[in-house]
Design a protein around this ligand. Structure first.
Ligand code: FE2
Length: 265
């Protein structure tokens, strides 16, 4: 997971990791103003975005390298539809007990740039628990681990491109980008494509999160329209009475309304 809490790499100066939220917010504002003034259209996530400190040294600096697809197929992971069980889309039943938190249905459609459904697509998710804690060695911040929640699930889209998960609403969590940095609550998504080289990774957010303007990862999608595409909408028709609330989030793989992904071409 790209934003698992890790010590921020030193960026442009040795005290970069010590920036205050105010400094980061000022940098975000300056980049947004420059983008607005340029009158361009940039609907992807910026890979080199200084307020997201570790992206400065970590972003790719060379063009993609073309590889022989046949060679790749010899070593890339594969899966068959028979490998993905229906129960893997329910993150609340992976242990003996019930996980703590707000049950949510997260559902939507995966489509291509022409609006056609992407069928039999492997969709994988991973996320923090209700307290904002990942079940991951590198996440040691003082929030409880939920023994009944692992935070990973997967499913295949149906013939209409629809996917559906039942999970727990994740909490926001602190990370080491700057002083007192908090990520807005989010669910990581991977859509696999038809082969390993087409894998796309992004994050789904929840509407109205007060942390949006403060978060350099969310803001690294520099165009407000691109950020909107990463925010799910509350959908009462997805809820289950007295059991779960519901959020709809559609994913578009290509074209002008393409969902912003973390790796772009
Ligand atoms: Fe995360």
């Amino acid at each position: 997971m790209s934003d698992t809490p890790i010590p921020a790499a030193p960026a442009t100066s040795s005290d970069a990791a010590e920036a205050s939220q105010e400094q980061i917010t000022t940098e975000i504002g300056a980049l947004a103003a420059r983008y607005a003034a340029a009158d361009g259209e940039e609907l992807h996530t910026r890979l080199d975005y200084a307020p997201y400190r570790s992206s400065v040294l970590r972003h790719p600096t060379k063009d993609l390298h073309h590889a022989d697809p046949e060679d790749l197929e010899l070593c890339a992971p594969v899966f068959g539809e028979q490998d993905v069980a229906a129960v893997e889309a329910d993150l609340t039943i992976q242990h003996r007990g019930e996980p703590i938190g707000e049950r949510i249905v997260v559902a939507g459609r995966v489509r291509d740039g022409e609006g056609r459904p992407v069928r039999r697509q492997l969709v994988e998710i991973w996320q923090a628990n209700a307290a904002g804690r990942y079940l991951h060695q590198r996440d040691q911040h003082p929030a409880p681990i939920d023994p009944h929640f692992t935070g990973v699930g997967r499913t295949l889209t149906d013939d209409e491109g629809n996917y559906r998960f039942l999970t727990i609403r994740p909490g926001p969590y602190p990370w080491k980008n700057h002083q007192n940095a908090w990520r807005p609550a989010h669910i990581h998504f991977s859509v696999f494509g038809t082969e390993f080289t087409q894998r796309l990774v992004t994050q789904m957010y929840f509407p109205g999160d007060p942390l949006f303007p403060l978060d350099p990862i969310f803001q690294s999608a520099i165009d407000p329209r691109a950020r909107e595409l990463m925010v799910a909408e509350y959908d009462h028709s997805l809820t289950q009475p007295e059991f779960a609330t519901g959020y709809r989030w559609d994913i578009v793989l290509t074209g002008g309304l393409r969902t912003p992904f973390e790796e772009t071409d």
